[in-house]
Ligand binder design. Structure first.
Ligand SMILES: Nc1ncnc2c1ncn2[C@@H]1O[C@H](COP(=O)(O)OP(=O)(O)OP(=O)(O)O)[C@@H](O)[C@H]1O
Ligand SMILES: [Mg+2]
Length: 506
């Protein structure tokens, strides 16, 4: 066996119009090593991995596998070299079954040239066992959860005898238990000699599984940490080049209870369940629960985005009738949706247009002045959230994943909400911008707004919320006051176990 590292990428350079995405970046990965690739949004992580996966070609630089120079022209080349890429947006065909997805495009054939279905299923079963995935190889993908679909992608990677698996933010849509399972799997794969490059903004995960952390900053290597040197603060230090003080913001203003009242909110997903709660003026009310508990659905019902659902809403003494999203916006009740890429962004438009879209009325006095003001608002938001873009006119579709998220947040934060519902506000967002978003949330609340924050990030929900409503199967199973906000209480309520600390929601 050669002593050369499994992978060396040397002096990789990649330029896009207006941006140097990678400026002489190098990366080495050993056999059976888990390397976490960290960096702020737009640092170049996905671009580097897309080059390794054959999606992009580098402008300069070389790639060696076990010391041999290779050229990776396309995805098939990467597969042939034993490199598998689990993208954040999964590449599965939902109307095919598990086995057909695993062997897609390289189905074994019978002597007559027909697809050998028996063999496909026989070969898939041991892979599913190895991954601890308890589904039949004949289940269609649209019957599986996102985590299970992701496991099918991993099964495919294993069936290709991949030596290196790239995972780009694999846990951002998984539940706590699914995340735990995936992390154990990464450790098992490493023990079996498979190498993994793991990209995540959740530094707790990185700390748990990484043998080494490689940090990129502004498209350059910023440093690396060996296992014994890995710590949250050191990673952040390399990522942002400064310390982040006051990550979570405290509030000292008095709250006005019973200000925002929601009664009998119903969603089409759980038509038999209703949700009623009060939120105080000045409060950040967290919504915790397992994925599928109905939190996003209730949020949509409140702002008029669920035609079969709805809610009775009042703010202060005023009864607010909401029949459509337009009514909610007119009442300054806003929802920043969870699936921002499909629901929140207009991909072909510029960063400026996306930020100022919902507030065009504010800029419409005169065409020229409008453009000017729009640009100014866009520039302010770009600066405050540290959005990495060549300028206000760049097309939003070309920004990195996390920077697209920031644009959607910026669009709503630049308004003057009375009630702001944020669904997974920091998913895919780097630590520096997280701290800034928490600060802005606190400013909005302290200024007399109400914030409802749906979050599956336990640390976030515990630290940012003033109170936490926990949902289970479409209903609020209990409300926790600050002193009772613990991980254990949340987990119990999330699985529907009653606990004495829980209060009624209104
Ligand atoms: N196809 C493209 N066209 C133009 N610019 C691009 C393209 N792909 C990436 N970029 C730019 O390259 C830079 C690096 O982007 P990349 O997606 O690699 O960042 P990242 O580190 O993965 O960030 P995130 O944490 O937000 O996912 C960004 O400035 C991005 O806007
Ligand atoms: Mg990325």
């Amino acid at each position: 066996m050669s002593t050369k590292p499994l992978l060396s990428m040397l002096g990789i350079y990649k330029r896009f119009p207006g941006v140097i995405a990678l400026d002489s970046v190098s990366l080495e990965v050993g056999r059976g090593e888990v390397v976490a690739l960290c960096g702020e949004n737009g640092a170049g992580k996905s671009t580097l991995m897309k080059i390794l996966g054959g999606v992009y070609q580098p402008d300069e630089g070389s790639i060696q596998i076990e010391g041999r120079p290779v050229s990776i022209e396309d995805v098939t080349d990467a597969m042939g070299l034993g490199v598998a890429f689990i993208h954040q947006e999964l590449n599965v065909l939902e109307n095919l079954d598990v086995a057909s997805n695993v062997f897609l495009g390289r189905e074994p054939r019978t002597a007559l040239g027909l697809v050998d279905n028996a063999k496909i299923h026989a070969n898939t079963l041991p892979l599913l066992r190895r991954l601890g995935l308890e589904v039949s190889s004949r289940t269609r993908l649209d019957r599986l959860s996102l985590a299970q679909q992701q496991m099918v992608e991993i099964a495919k990677a294993l069936s290709l005898n991949s030596r290196l698996i790239i995972m780009d933010e694999p846990t951002s849509s998984l539940t706590l238990q699914e995340t735990d399972r995936l992390l154990s799997l990464v450790v098992e794969l490493r023990n079996q000699g498979v190498s993994v490059v793991y990209i995540s903004h959740r530094l707790g995960e990185v700390d748990r599984i990484a043998d080494r952390v490689v940090v990129l900053r502004d498209g350059k290597n910023a440093g690396a940490l060996e296992r014994s040197a890995i710590s949250h603060d050191r990673i952040v230090g390399l990522m942002v080049g400064r310390e982040i003080k006051s990550f979570y913001q405290e509030s000292h203003i008095p709250k006005v209870p019973g200000y925002f009242k929601v009664r009998n909110a119903r969603s089409s997903r759980y038509p038999a369940a209703t949700v009623s709660f009060d939120a105080a003026r000045g409060e950040i009310l967290g919504f915790a629960g397992l994925v599928g508990a109905g939190r996003s659905e209730i949020a949509k019902a409140i702002v008029g985005l669920d035609e079969q659902g709805g809610a009775e809403v009042s703010i202060g003494e005023e009864r607010v009738a909401i029949h459509s999203a337009r009514d909610a916006i007119a009442s300054r009740i806003y929802l920043v949706p969870e699936d921002r890429r499909s629901e929140g962004l207009v991909a072909p438009m510029s960063v400026r247009e996306n930020i100022t879209l919902p507030s065009l009325g504010r800029f419409s006095s005169c065409f020229l002045i409008r453009r000017d003001r729009e640009r100014r608002v866009a520039r302010e938001q770009i600066e405050s959230l540290n959005i990495k873009t060549p300028g206000t006119e760049a097309r939003v579709v070309n920004l990195s994943g996390g920077n697209q998220q920031k644009v959607v947040l910026a669009k709503w934060l630049s308004l003057d909400p009375r009630v702001m519902i944020l669904d997974e506000p920091t998913r895919g967002i780097d630590v520096g911008a997280k701290a800034e978003i928490y600060r802005l949330m606190r400013v909005l609340a302290d200024g007399g707004g109400v914030i409802l924050m749906i979050s599956s990030d336990m640390e976030e929900v515990l630290h940012v919320s003033d109170r936490i409503a926990v949902m289970h199967e479409g209903r609020i199973s209990g409300l926790l006051e600050r002193p009772d906000c613990t991980e254990e209480n949340i987990m119990n309520l999330a699985v529907g176990k009653p606990i004495s600390a829980a209060k009624p929601a209104c």
